[in-house]
Design a protein around this ligand. Structure first.
Ligand code: FES
Length: 107
């Protein structure tokens, strides 16, 4: 059985950084050959999707980067810049490790 893993990237900033982050993530998935994963014995497809607001605006709209959430696990990252895409793809998707420096914790 195959499931879909989705990365929702907010693009609701005037700077357009969210669009750039989404493009960089897409590019990294291809470069690192991780558009399809095998996680816990289950085949997963990875999709990058843009959205308008994730209600994490303090970590997104006014900062230098964008907010994004990875589903189904619900991990939220903030102030993500295009330069962070390679690490997010390699560590979070490839190795199943949270990228602590970008992680948003419940306040
Ligand atoms: S504007 Fe990006 S999370 Fe609200």
């Amino acid at each position: 059985m195959s499931t879909v893993r989705r990365l929702f990237v907010c693009i609701n900033q005037k700077s357009g950084v969210g669009e750039d982050v989404a493009k960089a993530l897409q590019k990294e998935l291809k470069i690192q050959n991780l558009k399809k994963l095998l996680s816990s014995g289950e085949k997963q497809q990875v999709r990058i999707q843009t959205c308008n607001c994730l209600d994490l605006c303090k970590q997104c709209k006014k900062g230098p980067g964008a907010a994004l959430i990875v589903y189904p696990e619900g991990t939220a990252y903030g102030k993500v810049r295009p330069a962070d895409a390679a690490e997010l793809v390699a560590r979070h998707l490839g190795l199943g490790q949270v990228v602590e420096r970008l992680l948003l914790r419940d306040e």
